[in-house]
Design a binder for this molecule. Structure first.
Ligand code: 6PG
Length: 227
């Protein structure tokens, strides 16, 4: 595990973009594709914009596959959709083939059906090359929230969770699915995350969800702004 701190979200995002270009180039050279799981929320927007602009030509988009670590159970054209956010900041601006974009479908009446459908995709596609994750001020990651409902040993790959912040119904990869990756990058910005970050990185008894992230590839990198 490594922790790098940055003076700004812009410099943090530049560093992550550079790492993604490096990993994508290596993965495509070795295996013909780079399987990247996107995070939602506000923090990764700067990174996605950089990938679609400054680093656009450095990435072989024809061989990139995109997935989501979690999704709010809303239509894909809802402003709170993680898929919609990625479209606005990234996928609408790069020449990635449509068949390489694997969103979490939210059109089923029952979110449990959506979770099962995405679990089938995850089961086929894993292990991933890189999973991007964020950190909530309560210590959640993806849509795995601390509390009695959280089971780090859940055998399932994708589950329905109940978020304390709206939209309430979420679809999320489990710790098992997240750990089925070569690399995991946590992107953390905002003073309000400091306590959760301190807990995860320094409390050996931490039971916050990020504490159970131990990817098969062994590489967890933390990118955090200093304030
Ligand atoms: C989501 C994300 C969530 C996010 C954290 C941090 O769907 O919102 O997957 O886990 O990464 O809540 O969000 P911010 O980057 O907006 O602080």
């Amino acid at each position: 595990m490594s922790l790098q701190t940055f003076p700004s979200l812009e410099s943090l995002s530049e560093a992550v973009a550079t790492e993604i270009v490096r990993l994508a180039t290596e993965s495509i050279a070795e295996r013909g594709k780079f399987k990247l799981v996107l995070s939602g929320g506000e923090t990764p927007k700067t990174l996605y914009h950089l990938l679609a602009t400054k680093y656009r030509e450095a990435i072989d988009w024809q061989h990139i596959h995109l997935y989501w670590g979690d999704e709010r159970y809303v239509p894909h054209d809802d402003p709170s959709s993680n898929y919609w956010m990625a479209r606005e900041t990234l996928t609408d601006h790069v020449p990635i083939p449509e068949e390489n974009v694997h969103p979490i479908e939210t059109t089923f009446d029952n979110p449990e059906v959506a979770a099962k459908a995405y679990a089938a995709i995850v089961n086929t596609e894993m292990p991933f090359d890189l999973i991007l994750l964020g950190l909530g001020d309560d210590g959640h990651t993806a849509s795995l929230f601390p509390g009695p409902e959280f089971d780090p040993n859940d055998e399932r790959l994708v589950i329905v969770t109940d978020s304390p912040k709206p939209p309430a119904t979420r679809i999320s990869l489990t710790i098992r699915a997240i750990n089925a990756s070569q690399n995991v990058f946590f992107l953390v910005s905002g003073r309000n995350k400091r306590d959760a970050l301190e807990n995860v990185l320094n409390d050996r008894k931490s039971t916050l969800p990020p504490s159970f992230v131990k990817p098969v590839g062994g590489a967890v990198k933390w990118f955090s702004t200093q304030r």
